[in-house]
Design a protein around this ligand. Structure first.
Ligand SMILES: [Zn+2]
Length: 454
């Protein structure tokens, strides 16, 4: 394994990302990725690069072996710090370690001995997912294999935090400059995997038999049959469908808009294959869209590596809805870097929302802000925005087995971390996860939303 070359393109992209999150897009001053003794026309910023093989070394470093610094060692003295906990240093610069991590040269230039450029590229491009072999039973890169998890910073939007530190030093450089400040935003999103509890009579009967024979619960078995019949005769009022309106109202009460992702592929063992042409369902989607919500594609299980399938499903959904679809998130969050991004872009999707780990909440890309994707293998920027996903219902209840209270506390912690960096907190709640065994978790989620201060 060798480190990817940090080309002019890649470096320019990383600067731009940091500058954007820092709210500094209108600030013009020299910035150099190079030696601490580089000469500048006027005082600016120098980030000194990490040594060769630093990326590979990071992947090979044992768990919990990074240096962590207190926030006060990273912000200028006296600066009103947006956060105060310790931060990991992903890449030290290949330079004099006797200097402080960030210092000011005689001419006023700020020198970073922490390689912010490498850290930004490492986190946003998902290079480690390209080179590391670990996969789960659905061919997904697991959180447990990631550097962020192994080094203990998956719950930090590390790229955004570095950008906020950069902002502080830019303000020291230009005391009269005022950064553009963003307010905290919520992105509420919903994958529609099912339109009712049982799509077919045989599924309902099989479940009823299991409940009766294996669990010895006639009440549960009766309930299965009831749910199936209710879904058939009162389809429009079954809880999986009414959940859509409920999600829309939740978003509206927060001044936000929700995004709904719809499956349009065939039925397989991993795809429920409901009928997306169902007139009641289509009508609901149209109503949601006219209220300002977004309808996107939920590409099926195999589509993450199958461009023809991806395109066909997108075309089908567009035909059903009679409008173009620009948003997508993969079913099962299946994703391979950079292939799935390339497929999405070529199919005409401009906003993807897949990049969260199924097995752990947190910041897979080290980011809370949406970002344009950089394809590090092709060394080019894609015309695709990634909205990194931070928390999914199934992660809390199924993978992490957190109680509803613990789940709410995790949502609150991540929300606070996102607010500190003026980012966008991205949540995924399925429409099938609002009743039955899911109720306590849905209540925790609803309570979290109702108590959030925007
Ligand atoms: Zn799904």
């Amino acid at each position: 394994m060798t480190d990817p070359p940090l080309t002019t393109n890649a470096i320019a992209y990383a600067w731009e990302r940091l500058w954007d999150v820092a709210g500094a897009e209108k600030l013009n001053l020299p910035r150099i990725y190079g030696s601490a003794s580089s000469s500048l026309t006027e005082p600016g910023v120098i980030v000194v690069p990490a040594p060769a093989n630093a990326w590979t070394d990071l992947l090979n470093s044992p768990p919990h072996s990074l240096d962590w610094l207190p926030a006060e060692a990273l912000f200028p003295p006296g600066y009103p710090r947006p956060f105060d906990d310790r931060l990991p240093i992903l890449f030290w610069s290949d330079a004099d370690r006797t200097k402080p991590p960030i210092w000011v040269r005689e001419d006023g230039t700020v020198i970073f001995h922490i390689d912010l450029i490498a850290a930004t590229l490492f986190m946003l491009t998902r290079w480690e997912e390209i080179v590391r072999p670990e996969r789960d039973e659905h061919a997904r890169f697991p959180a447990s294999a990631s550097t962020a998890f192994r080094q203990g910073f998956l719950d930090q939007p590390i790229v955004d935090r570095y950008a906020m530190i950069l902002r502080a030093w830019l303000q020291k450089l230009r005391p009269n400059w005022k950064p553009r400040v963003r307010s905290f935003r919520l992105r509420l999103s919903h994958d529609i995997d099912h339109l009712q509890r049982f799509e077919t009579a045989s599924l309902a009967l099989r479940q009823a038999a299991r409940d009766l024979l294996r669990s010895g619960s006639p009440a549960a078995a009766l309930n299965d049959v009831y749910d199936f019949l209710y879904g058939r005769w009162r389809f429009s009022r079954n809880p999986f469908l009414t959940a859509l309106e409920m999600f829309a109202r939740q978003a509206e009460s927060l001044g936000a808009r929700a995004v709904f992702y719809v499956l349009a592929g065939a039925s397989t063992p991993f795809d429920p294959g409901y009928d997306p042409t169902n007139p009641t369902f289509v009508q609901r989607l149209q109503r949601l869209r006219s209220a300002g919500h977004v309808i996107g594609l939920h590409p099926s299980y195999a589509a993450f590596l199958d461009e023809n399938r991806y395109r066909a499903e997108k075309k089908r959904l567009e035909t059903i809805l009679q409008h173009d679809v620009h948003h997508a998130r993969q079913h099962y969050l299946r994703f391979r870097a950079p292939d799935t991004w390339r497929i999405a872009q070529r199919a005409g999707v401009s906003e993807d929302a897949t990049l969260g780990y199924p097995d752990h909440e947190g910041f897979r890309c080290g980011a809370s802000h949406p970002f344009p994707v950089f394809d590090i293998q092709a060394d080019q920027r894609l015309s695709l925005i990634e909205h990194p996903l931070h928390i999914m219902d199934g992660t809390l209840k199924e993978y992490r087995r957190l109680t509803p209270d613990e789940s709410r506390r995790r949502m609150e912690l991540l929300a606070r971390r996102v607010a500190e960096v003026e980012g966008e907190l991205h949540l995924l709640w399925h429409n099938h996860a609002v009743t039955g065994a899911w109720s306590p978790w849905f209540e925790a989620y609803s309570r979290f939303l109702s108590e959030i201060v925007l």
